[in-house]
Design a protein around this ligand. Structure first.
Ligand code: NAD
Length: 421
């Protein structure tokens, strides 16, 4: 590769990244089976794929699968704090994937690298949060003529893309990988659940047992975080704006109340809503001394950070990934990972075993786009049901689990209306 073809922090970090990527692959049997199959069948030969994804060991294995399938893969980061520099280096040095990503980029550098990835004129975009697609549609329209379609990994990105489609602004088809059952039921719930607690523990090393732990948002991520916090012995409060979700949280055994009430008694508050200013000035004014606040939602807008800066009289950095703000009356608020997704900013993101399914969906959807893009309208499409089922079957196989099969009689019964009492 010629100089200038990538932008990573330090290629000397590659050996560590190579080992970590292989370690993750050992937990990704579905992606591993696709790696072997794609290498033989080369279903993506001649396709340029541009991915704006968290640069983690799991993403590296997705890139390997796509490259084995014949794609020319370019990656940039989907968050300035989620890039693992050793992984970025390994992708460049060992796997021949061009990467534009440095851990800790500021916003300008972050978007600069998205532009560098787009210079390669991708045919398919893989997004996590829709920053790549929105850049193509606003500042890099000349790229559009090369794009046949794209995929979107996360809830927030799907919401943004549906809004674009509703405005008539979306100019190529997107497959909402997030909405596959084999994605959000496992990745958002068990992946975010475990890794968010992992991020909080790595950042603070605080005891969770016996503490009051508030989760804002009881969607797929919030359910997972609440479940895992309870598993560690916390007294968990859930806050919601949707009555059905709130009711579900109550029946799952959690206390439900407005965040203002929860803030005054919480030792930890984690946002997972995809919404903005959820933990805002009034909550910060009421917050309990020493409270740890963190965000697991996609963007760093869920905690009103400017309000925290305004209210604070002092700011210190007692540990990596922790900023401690002292308010005028002496109360301390501990912010983790600068309010960015704490599981990636303060830990390593989701365990590979769940990303195995998310990224198998991604790889199969890229093949689907290559084969079907001419018949897909310029809107957000679900993952084809057969892809979702295939991923589930491959995962069950890999876990050594068999399931029953419908008999002919049962199939007929389940599709008929004539048989009753
Ligand atoms: N950290 C990660 O690795 C990771 C992984 C997957 C998804 N995400 C992101 O996490 C966020 C949540 O995703 P999800 O799949 O759980 O979404 P979801 O739509 O299933 O759930 C979001 C929930 O938040 C609630 N909500 C909205 N505004 C609220 C408010 N002001 N107060 C309380 N609750 C509120 C909604 O009613 C909804 O129930 C998104 O931004 C998504 O992109 C992050």
């Amino acid at each position: 590769m010629t100089l200038g073809d990538y932008e990573v922090a330090d290629t000397a970090l590659a050996p560590r990244g190579v080992k970590r990527i292989d370690w993750a692959l050992s937990e990704m049997p579905v992606l591993g089976s696709l790696l072997a199959r794609f290498a033989v069948e080369r279903p993506l030969a001649g396709l340029r794929v541009g991915g704006c994804l968290h640069i983690t060991t799991e993403t590296a294995n997705l890139a390997r699968v796509l490259a084995a399938g014949g794609a020319d893969v370019v990656l940039c980061a989907s968050n300035p704090l989620s890039t693992q520099d050793d992984v970025a280096a390994a992708l460049v040095v060992e796997h021949g994937v061009r990467v534009y990503a440095h851990h800790g980029d500021d916003t300008e550098a972050y978007y600069g690298r998205i532009h560098r990835a787009l210079d390669h004129l991708p045919n398919v975009t893989l997004d996590d949060g829709a920053d790549l697609v929105s850049t193509v549609h606003t500042e890099r329209k000349e790229v559009l003529q090369h794009v046949i379609g794209g995929t979107e990994e996360t809830t927030t990105g799907v919401i943004r893309l549906r809004a674009m489609a509703a405005d008539g602004a979306l100019l190529y088809p997107i497959i909402a990988v997030n909405d596959a059952d084999t994605k959000h039921l496992f990745d958002n719930r068990y992946g975010t659940g475990q890794s968010t607690l992992d991020g909080i523990l790595r950042a603070t090393n605080f005891l969770i047992a016996g503490r009051v732990f508030t989760v804002a948002g009881y969607g797929w991520c919030g359910r997972g975080i609440a479940m895992r916090a309870r598993g560690l012995g916390a007294n968990v409060i859930v806050t919601e704006v949707e009555p059905v979700r709130a009711l579900e949280a109550v029946m799952d055994g959690f206390r439900v109340m407005p965040l203002l009430e929860a803030a005054a008694q919480s030792d930890f508050i984690v946002t997972a809503t995809g919404d903005k200013n959820v933990l805002a000035q009034p909550h910060l004014e009421a917050i309990k001394d020493g409270c740890v606040i963190a965000n697991a939602g996609h963007f760093n807008v869920e905690i009103e950070l400017p309000a925290l800066e305004r209210l604070a009289v002092q700011r210190a950095a007692p540990r990596d990934s922790v900023l401690e703000y002292t308010l005028a009356d002496g109360r301390r608020v501990r912010l983790l990972g600068e309010g960015r997704l704490v599981n990636l900013a303060a830990a390593e993101g989701h365990p590979a075993a769940v990303m195995d399914m998310s990224f198998a969906n991604q790889a199969l959807c890229v093949v689907y786009l290559k084969e079907h893009h001419t018949s897909l309208a310029k809107r957000v499409h679900p993952v084809p049901r057969e892809v979702d089922k295939k991923v589930a079957r491959l995962k069950l196989d890999a876990m050594g689990m068999a399931i029953d099969t419908l008999t002919e009689e049962q199939s007929a019964y389940l599709s008929s209306w004539r048989e009753g009492t």
